[in-house]
Design a protein around this ligand. Sequence first.
Ligand code: ZN
Length: 260
Amino acid sequence: MIKAYIRIFLVAALVGICGVGSAQQERSRVLAFYSTNVEADHVAFAKQALTFFAEKAGHDGFDFESTTNWDDLNVERLKRVKVVLWLNDSPHSEPQREAFEAYMNRGGGWLGFHVAAYNDADTHWPWFLEFLGGGVFYGNNWPPLPAILTVDDKASPITKSLPSQFTSPANEWYSWRPSPRANRNIKVLLTLDKSNFPLGFKDILVDGDIPVVWTNTKFNMIYINMGHGDKIFTDERQDRLFEDALIWLIGNKPSQFLNR
Ligand code: ZN
């Protein structure tokens, strides 16, 4: 009789454990990478971003973790991660780069901010350049300034809460050559409006096509150029853009992006 009770208890315990397990599996895991030994304004942004996304995790029902150890960019660690965030840096070693490529090629998600996409003649990572749409860093404004942004695609779930134009808080805006828009795989979502030019004092953006948010349709990715300084999270509409971008990445099926 006692044995029977124990058996019932064990079965109940197992069902309980499995129940908890499946409930946890339903919560998507988001892992943010950042560095603290980089430009102070980029660290300031990353710290605020961590607070922002941790709060959204509770509200939107995903698990949020962060790390400053870029060696966590490995196949094993990324296995259960739905979306990777790069808040203010990019991989430092070949194995980290390779793990990221493998992760994205099997449908992983990526949300990169600001300097995460910085690349120049010394970067020597052709896959990453193609992933970003082919744009090499070309110039920036200085000091950081607000800018009027135009929404390119108002129907996108990422921009659906934005007006067709809005003033984005102070940021160091980057330009790229060639413009990512020239790549047929790139869908531009937001662009620096031409009315901003000339933008800057010490360093000036004078003209040109300057996309600031885009996705490469071959991957489950979004790049967001905002990410310099402590003013980025001062506009609720823009905050919503960041949140909606992450929700969109979490919601996409990895199978949409396989075999690329
Ligand atoms: Zn910057």
